[in-house]
Design a protein around this ligand. Structure first.
Ligand SMILES: [Zn+2]
Length: 268
């Protein structure tokens, strides 16, 4: 009797191992099919500091998520070509702010349109000069983002600036996930942090209005723009933000669940 039980147990174990071996081989095959084109990786290395600062494992994760974004989002040019450089930079801008959230999907985005320059007619705009370089659609243009091609490229070529329009627009989408673009991503920030966050925003907007801040003045437009503008700063110049605005820096680590400078995932 004992022998029979042992034989059954061993057979089950062998079967499980066999199935596992077949499954992992299949999985590997699918991953290989979906792996990032080599020249996309070269573009990342040349233009995307955030990617270069990741360790090898996280670089692979970044590449997989970038590839997934490109497979699930339409990118089209309006009176301009979309080159691989643009595709990679758009996808990198999408992944950078959500890299701390496993499995995040931009459910409110289907299309990204690339324009040959700034734009200012037809669409619901936010006002101010810089919004003409990037916009998240509303109403009839729901699920759509429009970016200026020269601005997209320039923001990645310039390694010392605190701004990045494409990241700014993706942060609006993250903000929008709870239904309101209001500068407070409710589902990413524990309730106890919301009031202190709003206070921080108001204090900083005040400083901008009194010309006592190095944060882009466009951030003083309202809470939503402040959140998007300071997020650009966080991802582009985390070291500088930490030095000049430690309170904002710490809160953004909590919101985005990552610390770009040190590549640490931080839990809240
Ligand atoms: Zn904006």
């Amino acid at each position: 009797m004992l022998e029979t039980v042992l034989i059954v147990l061993v057979s089950v174990a062998v079967l499980v191992l066999l199935l596992y071996a077949i499954f992992s081989r299949r999985k590997k095959k699918v991953n290989n099919l979906d792996s990032l084109p080599v020249h996309y990786r070269e573009i990342l290395k040349e233009y995307v500091d955030f990617y270069n600062d990741l360790d090898e494992d996280k670089k692979t994760q970044f590449e997989n998520r970038l590839q997934h974004f490109l497979l699930t989002t339409r990118i089209a040019g309006v009176n301009t070509d979309v080159e691989d450089l643009d595709r990679v930079l758009i996808a990198a801008s999408a992944i950078i702010p959500i890299f701390g959230f496993a499995g995040w999907e931009y459910i409110n985005l289907k299309d990204v349109l690339l324009y040959p320059g700034s734009f200012d007619e037809k669409f619901n705009q936010e006002g101010g000069g810089r919004t003409t370089l990037g916009i998240v659609g509303e109403g009839a243009y729901q699920n759509m983002m429009i970016l200026s091609k020269p601005e997209l490229r320039q923001d990645f070529i310039n390694k010392t600036a605190k701004n990045n329009t494409a990241i700014h627009e993706f942060v609006h989408l993250i903000d929008k996930t709870d239904g309101a673009v209001d500068g407070v991503p409710e589902f990413l920030l524990s309730k106890k942090y919301i009031l202190p966050w709003l206070t921080l925003i108001r204090d900083n907007i005040n400083e901008i209005r009194h010309s006592q801040s190095d944060i882009n003045p466009y951030g003083a437009t309202n809470e939503a723009e402040f959140f998007a503008v300071v997020s650009e700063y966080f991802f582009e110049r985390p070291d500088l933000l930490q030095a000049k605005h430690p309170g904002l820096y710490e809160t953004l680590i909590k919101i985005f669940r990552q610390e770009p400078k040190k590549d640490d995932q931080v839990s809240i």
